[in-house]
Design a binder for this molecule. Structure first.
Ligand code: ADP
Length: 479
């Protein structure tokens, strides 16, 4: 077993004798251990990042851009190894892992350019002898807390804009998937970033969280993860009025009108639902299908699902991997059995590779389609995070929009229609931060990613994604 290290102030720091172990979710094998950092260790890392901030924030935009560009090139040069790491610790099929690396790299490329476009304003004053100058300045030390479902891209999506803005960063990856984060640090080191600009700490989430939130020198928290933990961080950030960005859970409606392209909607359903085995915050969770086309939609989906191969992600023809752990598997099972006990119909269930009841690995949940879904079923309002398509029939546009909006979440929504007016009308009415209109894969580095309502605060991606790392300063100049 490899004993991996934290990366703090440009040095690799070993842990104590009580490390966290990392499992391969496809086999249960222990693949590595990472340190459990102490509270004092976190404080020291914040001091280092704060010291580094004084120099990094003064670098020219051009210099920051070049470091990011070098990091981008290194990611692409090492993409196969990075993708294999994701599959080993997270379970998604290798081809998807490679997609995640390229997606993650695209943020580094985008923000290496965006670093050069941070500019202020000169505003005409009301007094002849005054000038009004507005500057954008980096916020300071940023703590980035990231989830296990996209262990590579959720880090680059946060650190690239922070570094471009002139902030320094402390990354706290999910305990299940810290190895991808360590690989990023190896490339950060190779790219030659000055010491203390990017740091990585691993260990017990709540104590690291407390140490980061309780430290005045941490000026901003950027978090992707569960709504529950996000709310806790939001509450605890109040003491120092820390800036906070939250990318939380979702419960995406997927609406298919009877004037939609059936085949396209089936393809969209597959990509929005089965990417990462349904373990994505923008994964579609409730399918509203017009009653006129419901039987054809289900038949077309079943046809596609029959050809999906589920297994170890390292095997080249695997389409669907395992769920991350037993808890995740039990939640999916619970949502399906709850729906069935309340009258849903099982339209289809594939065959998953068998697991041993006591196994700590290989939690393969088979692709499943349910119809007759009702609002009182858990699956209708709770995030499933698994490969299940729960379907409800509808007839009226107005009704389906109301049902789609009846959620505490507001991250992503999808709709399929060939009627342009309806497409625009319904997209505008949906209370969601991201709408896929005839598009089942809406994420892109240049676009704003984030949610309405309890799905979060702020946006990542594009020029929107750099603002949260900047303060606005106004200088009033008397001549
Ligand atoms: P998930 O349900 O996807 O595991 P979590 O919200 O539990 O989502 O985890 C997302 C990230 O937040 C992980 O890095 C996790 O370790 C971290 N985390 C969990 N609890 C806390 C906490 N109390 N304080 C700070 N970070 C936490």
């Amino acid at each position: 077993m490899k004993h991996l290290k934290n990366y703090i102030n440009g040095a690799w720091v070993a842990g104590t004798s009580d490390p966290l172990v990392v499992h391969n979710p496809a086999t249960g094998e222990i693949i590595a251990s990472v340190p459990k950092i102490s509270t004092e260790g976190v404080s020291a890392a914040v001091e280092d990042a704060d010291r580094a901030f004084r120099l990094w924030s003064k670098e020219t935009a051009d210099t920051r851009s070049k470091y990011l560009r070098r990091l981008y090139e290194l990611i692409l040069e090492n993409e196969q190894e990075l993708a294999t790491t994701i599959t080993l610790e997270q379970g998604k099929p290798l081809k998807e892992a490679l997609g995640e690396i390229r997606y993650g790299a695209s943020f580094v490329a985008w923000y290496s350019e965006e670093a050069k476009r941070i500019s202020g304003e000169i505003i005409p004053a009301s007094d002849k002898n005054k000038r009004i100058m507005v500057l954008k300045q980096p916020i300071g030390v940023v703590a980035a807390i990231t989830p296990w479902n996209f262990p590579f891209a959720m880090i680059t999506r946060k650190i690239a804009p922070a570094l471009a803005a002139g902030c320094t960063v402390i990354v706290k990856p999910a305990s299940q998937t810290p190895i991808s984060a360590i690989k990023i640090m190896e490339l950060v080191e190779k790219a030659g970033f000055p010491k203390g600009v990017v740091n990585l700490v691993t260990g017990e989430a709540s104590s690291i969280g407390k140490a980061l939130l309780g430290n005045k020198k941490v000026k901003k928290i950027t978090f992707t993860g569960s709504t529950e933990v996000g709310k806790e961080l939001y509450r605890n950030s109040a003491d120092h009025v820390k800036r906070i960005s939250l990318e939380l859970g979702g419960h995406a409606p997927f609406i298919v009108f009877d004037d939609g392209d059936l085949q396209e909607s089936i393809n969209g359903a597959l990509s929005s639902k089965f990417r990462n085995c349904g373990q994505a915050c923008i994964s579609s969770n409730r399918f509203y299908v017009h009653e006129n086309i419901l039987p054809r939609f289900v038949k077309g989906l079943i046809h596609k699902l029959k050809s999906l191969r589920q297994g170890n992600g390292l095997t080249s023809d695997t389409d669907l991997g395992p769920l991350i752990d037993r808890k995740a598997y039990q939640k999916v099972e619970e949502h399906v059995s709850d729906a069935l006990s309340k009258g849903a119909k099982l339209e289809y269930q594939g065959e998953a590779p068998k697991i041993d009841g006591d196994s700590k690995s290989g939690y393969y949940y088979p692709p499943t389609i349910l119809s007759g879904i009702q609002p009182h079923m858990k699956i209708y309002s709770e995030e499933t995070f698994g490969p299940v398509i729960p379907i409800m029939a509808f007839t009226e546009e107005g009704d389906v929009v109301s049902m789609a909006n009846d959620s505490d979440y507001g991250l992503a929504a999808y709709l399929y229609t060939r009627d342009l007016s309806r497409g625009v009308r319904v997209s505008e009415a949906l209370e969601y931060g991201i709408v896929g209109l005839n598009d089942g894969a809406p994420s892109a580095a240049q676009a704003p990613f984030g949610g309405f309502k309890e799905s979060g605060i702020g946006r990542e991606g594009g020029h929107f994604g750099i603002e949260p790392f900047l303060e606005t300063k106004y200088i009033s100049i008397g001549l």
